[in-house]
Design a protein around this ligand. Sequence first.
Ligand code: EPS
Length: 389
Amino acid sequence: MRYLTAGESHGPQLTLIIEGLPSRLPFSKEKIDTELARRQKGYGRGRRMQIESDQVQILSGIRFEKTTGAPVALAIENKDWVKWVEIMRPDTDPGQAEKRRVARPRPGHADLNGAIKYGHRDMRDVLERSSARETAARVAAGAVAKQVLEHCGIRVASHVVRIGSVATERIDLNGWTAETIAEKSEASPVRCLDPEAEQAMIRVIDEAKEEGDSLGGVVEVVVENVPVGLGSHVHYDRKLDARIAQAIVSINAFKGAEIGIGFEAGERKGSQVHDEILWSEERGFHRATNRLGGFEGGMTTGEPLVVRGVMKPIPTLYKPLQSVDIDTKEPFAASIERSDNCAVPAASVVAENVVAWEVAKALLETFSSDKAEDLLREVERHRNEVKGF
Ligand code: EPS
């Protein structure tokens, strides 16, 4: 299974093509729209989100609310486009485009590197595509992947564990399920499970906003009921934990990923890191703890997957940083017109969906099936086999 996205932040739409879905998979447009709406929420987002109300348009690959097995093409309209037609249309008048030409690269963005690499004197040709607007298409891809996972009883949830200086304690997954994490985080404006930390997060977002500054944070994704043995130990690009890390770090503004206790493993002794193996009639093989976040040797262990990602503060600041104009080579300190000042809660929904994509892709590699019924039958056969191992 693979996908491609196309589209600019202020162009007419985002376009997504997904290939490799099994046929006859129940397919819900509402579920995709729900994910898109979740991505748009969250305390700290800017005015652009009041303009957009993302909904997906299905263009191919679906009939009778099921996949046909053909490529699925989806589109998400940019409502802001109407204000940008003259600037962004393919046959725009150079005089018009000049009005919104970007010659001042913003520190922390793709502007300058992209302009040098692609030879653009108008950095709009870089920033339009590097914008996190594209994550709407990635969430739509994840929302389709979630329908593959759901078909096989696999659930995904996410929550925010840090915003700026405010962090929550690591949760003990014995007390939580993907369902309760989803429910509780959904009810919080910062997608935080701890009400005290939630209030403190809101306070630091407000403080940063007042100072014209932005805040990053850390999000956690949990995937439950994953079959044993997705991914592989045999080659670098088949290790599922590595592919998930790549997917996480590819989200705009993400700078790192952790699996399980992650970087903390470097501080602990081996006996405090590795998860002891147990066996019972009822559960078959399982682990006493889940510090390794559901992975050993690049393969799933059957324990919940626990993945964290760190997002840097959004680099578009009301409080300007110094940069240099590419025409005049003069330094400047420009302020901006509009920005999110914290997008960590929205990014947690993005992280959830990019992880869902990687898990669904790995599932379809292990249980390659033309039809959704075959996929489920194979997954169930495998689960029974694992129990009797
Ligand atoms: C973004 C800048 C802002 C965000 C945008 C991502 O857009 P604008 O420049 O139009 O104000 O609102 O995010 C989205 C549009 C979205 O759907 O998430 C950026 O520079 O990355």
